[in-house]
Write a protein of this length. Structure first.
Length: 584
């Protein structure tokens, strides 16, 4: 197989004009500048799969013509005299022309008159195996031009000229290529998509996991421009997967299998990716997370004996942590000696250690919501001080986690922007440094760390403000309040500094080195930014200008990937830690 060159992703107008297309959606700058209608961009699958049938046939004809022209005339005449299928026109006129298969075999007519004069365009009753056997028995040596004709005929018969995989197959390939099979630092793995490939391969073709995966793949692809028609098929497949998982849950064996829990986790991601912005969809997302947690608790500590099941447990724990803090409730107990910390934290990677350190945060925030809503009283002050100390301990553990990270996890300053943008809603960069990281997954984990510290400092500041109601000049609680505001501002600034890296593929050194798809890295970068941008924009310590810029970046993600503002806000609320009016 030869390398045919990198296919162009530009629009057809720019290709015809032989100019570089900037590939800006929905229409390129070159077409807009010249007043032309941009025809859009080629489909990813048309770039991957190329129809080589015509090229192969052309090369075969060319090779045949070259050999025929180079052979001696006497030899050619002898071949003609020997072959009964190339005799004079009088004999051909007496009987119908034989099909190509019969001509190669040396027959002058088809058996039992099965083929007529149009036999070359008809389908003979010879199989390829029969033809090979016939050729082996025939004493006639077929000429090169007949072999070329036979090859072209069988090519048309066995390989359709336009191979078109089903939308489900295309969507599944697109999903795995662009969102699952991406290079990732092992220490940053903590979700469930990196577990999908082995579990998907282990499951049978009729497994609920296959249906859930195909539904999610169709939903993901339907969000891309020109693919909205797949949304109906995605919903149909989703309904089928729900029925299959419902039946599996009723079975005492299947309900404890990894593939069943993975299916439920995929359902939650499906609800996030679909074009739904109503409360029912948000509740469905939450129910799927709760369902995965219930199935995980049902399996008990026995699941820790299998490494794959342990990885599924850790993935569910991440989803549960997000869900509990979002709902403002404490974490449900896990049936084990150490609860959700049952697995050995020393065996987990860096990302999982961050999750374990954050396990107590939902309980702290839930109690803070209950207590701090009441007016100051001396009876409640010990409880508030206890909450403040717990939040400070969690924050100290997080700070230590950051200090002990491997060197490749820390950012590098790529450039510094010193000018305040004129249009904050459309500016790519916020004034300050631009940070670059080793890959997009590390950036996501580090921004999760920043978001968690923001929530810890919010609890600390709220506790300090509650005490300052009675003692406004207390220096210690004033210091807690001021330092919390300073640290929140620092975390928000660092999140802002990571935005260009998320959204501009040219800054991702590892992505360029590994050949990741530009569309895939941009899609992942935008998805990973929704959570930290939303949290940062809802903090009360930042300036109005920075808040405007953060909202602008959040809605720019929606415009880039064809999402409405309502969809972006729904996506943010499904992933963001929300808890009461005092917290984002």
């Amino acid at each position: 197989m030869v390398y045919c060159g990198k296919p162009s992703r530009g629009c057809q107008t720019c290709k015809s004009r032989r100019i570089k297309c900037d590939e800006i959606r929905p229409s390129c700058t070159q077409c807009n500048r010249t007043g032309r209608t941009c025809p859009g961009y080629p489909d990813e699958f048309d770039l991957i799969f190329r129809d080589e049938n015509a090229a192969v046939a052309r090369r075969a004809r060319k090779a045949s013509a070259a050999k025929t022209s180079s052979s001696p005339g006497s030899s050619s005449s002898r071949s003609v005299s020997k072959s009964p299928i190339l005799r004079g026109g009088r004999e051909r006129a007496k009987s119908p022309s034989p099909c190509i298969a019969c001509r190669i075999a040396g027959r002058t007519r088809c058996p039992s008159g099965q083929h007529g004069s149009d036999s070359e365009n008809s389908s003979p009753f010879y199989s390829k195996r029969d033809l090979v056997r016939t050729l082996g028995q025939s004493s006639v040596e077929p000429s090169e031009d007949i072999l070329a004709q036979a090859f072209n005929w069988f090519l048309k018969l066995s390989v359709p000229t336009n191979v078109s995989p089903s939308p489900e197959v295309q969507a599944t390939a697109f999903f795995f290529k662009n969102f699952v099979l991406l290079p990732q630092e092992p220490e940053s793995c903590r979700g469930f998509l990196d577990l999908l490939v082995p579990i998907y391969n282990q499951a049978g073709a009729n497994s609920p996991l296959h249906s859930a995966t195909h539904a999610l793949a169709l939903a993901t692809l339907s969000n891309y421009p020109g693919r909205n028609i797949l949304m109906k098929e995605a919903r149909t497949k989703y309904g089928q997967a729900l029925q299959e998982v419902g039946a599996a849950i009723q079975d005492p064996v299947q309900s404890k299998m990894d593939e069943t829990i993975m299916s439920v986790l995929l359902f939650s991601l499906y609800e996030t990716s679909m074009d739904n912005s109503d409360e029912h969809s948000t509740a469905s997302w939450a129910h799927h997370v709760d369902g995965a947690v219930a199935l995980t608790k049902l399996r008990g500590v026995e699941q820790f004996d299998n490494q794959q099941s342990l990885s599924v447990f850790r993935a569910v724990r991440v989803m549960m942590l997000t869900r509990c803090i979002q709902q403002g409730r404490p974490v449900d107990e896990f049936p084990g000696p150490m609860g959700w910390r049952t697995d050995d934290p020393t065996e987990g990677n860096t990302a999982n250690r961050l999750t374990i350190l954050s396990i107590s945060l939902p309980s702290v925030r839930w109690r803070a919501k209950q207590i701090l809503s009441q007016p100051y009283s001396e009876e409640l002050e010990p409880q508030v001080l206890g909450l403040l100390e717990e939040a400070r301990n969690v924050d100290a553990d997080l700070e230590n986690w950051w200090a002990t990270l491997p060197p490749n996890w820390h950012y590098k300053v790529q450039s510094v922007n010193t000018e305040m943008p004129a249009n904050l809603a459309t500016a790519d960069q916020w004034p300050g440094p631009v940070h670059i990281y080793e890959d997009i997954f590390l950036t996501n984990i580090v921004n999760d760390y920043r978001v968690t510290r923001i929530f810890c400092q919010m609890v600390i500041r709220s506790c300090a403000a509650w005490v300052l109601q009675a003692r406004p000049s207390d220096e210690l609680f004033t210091a807690y309040n001021d330092f919390g505001a300073f640290l929140i501002q620092q975390m928000v600034d660092e999140i802002c500094a990571s935005v260009p890296y998320h959204m501009h593929v040219g800054l991702r050194m590892r992505a360029m080195a590994t050949g990741q798809e530009e569309s895939a890295t941009k899609a992942l970068g935008g998805y990973f930014l929704v959570w930290p941008l939303y949290v940062s924009a809802n903090t009360d310590c930042i300036s109005d200008k920075q808040r405007e810029w953060l909202w602008g970046r959040l809605f720019n993600i929606g415009r880039t990937f064809g999402l409405r503002q309502a969809q972006v806000m729904t996506m943010a609320r499904r992933n963001v830690l929300t808890c009461g009016p005092s917290y984002p």
